[in-house]
Design a protein around this ligand. Structure first.
Ligand code: UDP
Length: 470
């Protein structure tokens, strides 16, 4: 008897970290269940980033992909936050998305479900038109999902700006959080960013369920509250992290350099796929790294005051010219600076790495946990400050440096935090805790692990639904 193939589509946004996360999830889905076929639909601004193109070269045969016609960056509103630009690009792609869905639904193997990125959840309205089961794949934490689900209520309950709210904000099932640590889109409640965030949150009600890139040992306690407030199933299917291509040490300067360092001696410093620092902050960090006396590997970008300036594409400038005078000469032997991009998961898996100074993007956070690397949190934008709170106050696997009133971390503070993480008693305790989480992450993904069971439950829920339709 011919086996029936279940064809689903996923739709994602023009941001490498979201694309990589949803595609890795799809790989896990089809690996786990061979009768699934996935079509990934990419909304695009200008042209897809090189990192995405490289990443798509290693897909299994039961995953294919479509790039929707690109939206011209010139046609997007200027001087607005990146999230607003992305939201506009998605809205402008809806017509071509509709055409793509129509064609996939009339193929020999019609679609049965659509899984959307949270930023692309306008597409779920179109999914209903084609009778597709609508889901959201949520690349960030369950804590952030709780914020999304709770925001319409919070919006009614709190009248002032959240950062002026007296005392902590209570998001159901989560640690109390200060208004300053909420995503910056919520900073100004009269802004377009806020309005779009709120609309996006309200559209979560269109989904039948949420797949979340997290796992039970770090966020299992939130699931029952999430199910209660969202009134739909929540599947913790993570940690979904990038597997990527393995680069041989001899092919990459930084891997070769790591080969020559002592175990756990190097601090890896990186701010995600597009994070940048101001010129002043670059100087302070450079002097902080130098005076800490610790080995470091720094993925360095040209300074820019907009923290996520390069999210949609790399700059052509040679960034190393922006380092303080003489820094490279003085730190020769102590550190290595790599321009713009490095093979992160491979670096974090290297035995020489002993710490990660990270902007706390959720992918970087999970990669660090899965690979057992203690962290220093340096959140820049989006929900990263919430992740920093979870890592420092909740899971206690990171240290958070203090920033002064101008929002700058000063060199002395940086050096002290680095030394504490790499050499101090607190650093040692953090290492032990993260080692336990590393094993819990492996356990979650085993055949009988919590995340595998959640994925299996998701698949049976789809199959049961389809059986009822026959
Ligand atoms: N990444 C990488 N090399 C780099 C910078 C980033 O491979 O030099 C990858 C990193 O491993 C992670 C993703 O890009 O998978 C960044 O995602 P994250 O959620 O941490 O941050 P974002 O890019 O969304 O700010």
């Amino acid at each position: 008897m011919e086996t029936k193939i279940t064809h689903i589509a996923v739709v994602t946004i023009p941001a490498f970290s979201h694309q990589a996360s949803i595609v890795e999830f799809c790989k896990r889905l089809v690996h786990f269940h061979h009768n699934f076929h996935v079509t990934c639909i990419f909304t695009t601004i200008d042209s897809p980033p090189q990192a995405t193109i490289t990443f798509l070269q290693s897909l299994p045969p039961n995953i294919d992909y479509i790039f929707l016609p690109p939206i011209n960056k010139q046609d997007l509103p200027k001087d607005v936050p990146l999230a607003v630009q992305i939201q506009h690009a998605v809205s402008k792609s809806l017509l071509s998305f509709h055409h793509a869905l129509k064609s996939l639904c009339s193929s020999n193997n019609p679609l049965v479900a659509l899984i959307s990125d949270p930023f692309a959840n306008e597409t779920l309205e179109i999914a209903k038109e084609f009778n597709l089961l609508p889901y959201i794949y949520f690349p960030p934490s369950a804590m952030t999902l709780s914020l999304f689900l709770h925001l319409p209520t919070l919006h009614e309950e709190v009248s002032c700006e959240y950062k002026d709210h007296k005392g902590a904000i209570h998001i159901p099932g989560c640690l109390p959080i200060h208004g300053n640590d909420l995503p910056e889109h919520l900073d100004d409640r009269s802004s377009l960013s806020y309005e779009l965030f709120l609309e996006r949150s309200k559209r979560f009600s269109l989904a039948y369920g949420f797949l979340v890139n997290s796992f039970s040992a770090i966020e299992g306690e939130r699931v029952s509250t999430l199910v209660e407030i969202g009134n739909k199933p929540v599947y913790l299917v993570g940690p979904v992290i990038q597997t990527g291509a393995i680069i041989e040490p001899k092919e990459s300067d930084c891997m070769m350099w790591l080969e020559n360092q002592t175990p756990k001696s190097v601090l890896y410093v990186s701010f995600g796929s597009g994070g940048t620092l101001s010129e002043e902050q670059v100087n302070e960090l450079a002097f902080g790294l130098e005076s800490s006396g610790q080995k470091f590997l720094w993925v360095f970008r040209a300074p820019n005051v907009s923290a996520n300036a390069l999210y949609l594409g790399a700059s052509n400038d040679d960034p190393l010219q922006f380092l303080p005078d003489g820094f490279l000469e003085r730190t020769k032997g102590q550190g290595l600076v790599v321009a713009n991009w490095a093979p992160q998961t491979q670096i974090l898996s290297h035995k020489s790495i002993g710490g990660f100074l990270t902007h706390c993007g959720w992918n970087s956070t999970l990669e660090s946990i899965v690979l057992g690397v203690p962290m220093i949190t340096w959140p820049l934008f989006a929900e990263q400050k919430m992740n920093a709170v979870l890592l420092t106050k909740g899971l206690k696997v990171a240290l958070r440096p203090k920033f002064n009133d101008n929002g700058t971390a000063e060199r002395k503070e940086i050096a002290e935090v680095i030394k504490e993480l790499m050499l101090g008693e607190e650093g040692n305790e953090i290492s032990q805790r993260i080692e336990e989480l590393k094993y819990a992450a492996v356990a979650a993904l085993k055949e009988d692990g919590s995340s595998t069971r959640a994925l299996s439950q998701f698949i049976s829920d789809i199959e049961n639904f389809l059986r009822q339709q026959v």
